[in-house]
Each structure stands twice: as C-alpha cells, then as structure tokens.
Design a protein around this ligand. Sequence first.
Ligand code: ATP
Length: 321
Amino acid sequence: MQIGSGLYSAAVAATLEVSQLCVRYTDITAVSGVSFRVNPGEIVALLGANGAGKTSTLESCIGLRRPTSGHITAFGSDPTSISARVRTGVMLQTGGLYPSARPLAWLEYLARLYPTSATPRDLLEAVGIDPTRRTTNRRLSGGEQQRVKLAAALLPRPDLLYLDEPTAGVDLVARRSLVDLVRAQAQRGAAILLTTHLLTDVDDLADRVVVLDSGRVRAQGTLDALTGATQALRFTATPGLAIASLQADLGSGLRVSEGGAGNYLIEGHVTPDVLATATAWCARMGVMPQGLTSSRHSLEELLSTTAAEHSSDNDSPEEST
Ligand code: ATP
C-alpha cells in the first residue's frame, strides 16, 4: 500500500534516500527490499511491531551497520562521509551519554567536535535541563537523560536528524516541549527520521509514515491518506451473530469482524449502501444495532490490520541461505 506519495515528488532532492535495503543476520533477513525517502523539512516515522526491522534500518542509515545489499544516500552521498556526518544529528535509544560527565560539560565536549555548533547552554535550556546543574549524566532520571540526548543530537544544527524513540520515558509536560523542538527543526528545513511505538508522537509529528512488517514496507504515505483510505462502521448487538452472512452480503471489498463480545466492525470503504446492507442484515437477524458509528481507521487499527494481513500471507522473516 502506498498512499499520498505525490507529496515526495522526484523533483525535490531527498535528504535521505533508502533504496532496496536488505539487512541479513546469521540466520534471518531482518530488512528485505525497503525503500523510502525523507525530504528536507519532512518528518517521517518508521513504524512497526517489535522485530519489524526498524532498528536495523535506522542503524544502516546512520552508518552503524553495513547493509547486506541496497543503497543509502544522505545529501546525495555516502551517509558515513565526513561531509554528511557533520550535518547529521543522532539520538539513539541506548548509549550516547558519557556517564560521569555533567550535561553541560558533555555537550561542550561534543560541540568542539563539529565545525560549527549550536550553543550547549541554549540547547540544554531548550530541552528543560538547567545548564548549571551539577548532577552527572548517570544520575539523571531516564526522561532527563532523553532530553540531554536530544540536545546533543541538535548540536550540529542538523539538516538530517535521526530520533529513535525520542520521547520514551519523558513526562507529559516535557514531552510537549520536545515535540515543539523537533517540529521547529523540521520547520527550519531538517529532514527527520523517527522511530516510535507511541502513536501520539506519530500524530503530533509525522508528515508521513513508513510501516514495516517483517522487514518489508507494508504501507507508506501521509497519515491522513493512510488512515482515511480505510474506514470503519461499528455497532454493538447480540454476541455471536453469524457474521459470515453479513460478509457475504457486503462482498469481498469489506471485512467484517466481531472484536469483543457483541462489538461488530466493518472495515473498508464505508458508503451509505454499506450502512443500508448492515442494517438490513441486522433486521434479518432480528437484532437492533446499538451505537452505530462510522469513522476513519485509527493509526493503531492500520498497524494491526497490516500485521494481520501479513500473518494471513504467511510471510514470515526469511531464513537466510
Ligand atoms: P523493536 O521495536 O523491538 O526495537 P525493530 O523493529 O527495531 O524491533 P530490529 O531490532 O531491527 O527490529 O530486529 C529485526 C529482526 O532482526 C528481529 O527478528 C531481531 O531479532 C533480529 N536482529 C536484530 N539485530 C540482530 C543481530 N545483531 N543479530 C541477529 N539478529 C538480529
């Protein structure tokens, strides 16, 4: 599924371009033919269940892992080149903080490694850490460490920014300012690749999502296009009704399920005809549907549908040969 792709026209030079990426470990293929691009000023979220291949993809993009095959360019050249690295900011889930340094001293050290750098004090203030604080990195709380790591990633005023679970463990108030800070980076033209399991991060930040499943791209496009493409009609009625007959009435373009006891869901392109078919079926069953609502798919539903489609394809990660 590829929706809303018109947004990233080939006329715009992508900041990050990933083409047919494959990452194979000893006995499994973690990433298999993944392609996507991130344009200047765009925030793309890489989504997927545990083991979908997000980290392997991210590590390959950053240059921490050598892909088995495929092609990655940052600013049109090798992402590991010095010219690309000095324009790239990275915030990983683990590591990245020297434990016995204080936040300001650590950022000042890192700042000296870049040809030009933002001011460490300003960045610490922007992420809500008092620059005069004497606590060492190791004694900061998990959420505070995340904030220092984000400040460190922003030191080179990056044109390409990788954020691996940036708001994990961050309290709600601090999360708000981190989200604003990340958005501001995109507004000044940075291309941002984000991985997260938090759908609120996706809602608040992502211009586009790439959904990975067992190492393959299962869907990509704008959030609106992906979630709007599939709609849902819900109602409650007596549990255990024979939904096979409703499925037959609706045809193969729609999918009927009973989630919890008596909670019925029709997914697909929901039109007034679909509504009429569903209510006529309820009348035949002799039940009164309650709480009939139609809505767009939520992102959560999109992700679980993707996973369900995949498991029915019986398309598990390939064993390498
Ligand atoms: P999560 O959301 O849990 O972080 P992920 O989407 O980031 O998962 P990856 O960490 O890329 O997924 O892992 C993809 C697959 O590759 C998994 O099956 C994982 O067990 C396997 N894998 C990852 N790293 C290695 C490695 N170094 N050696 C062998 N297998 C690995």
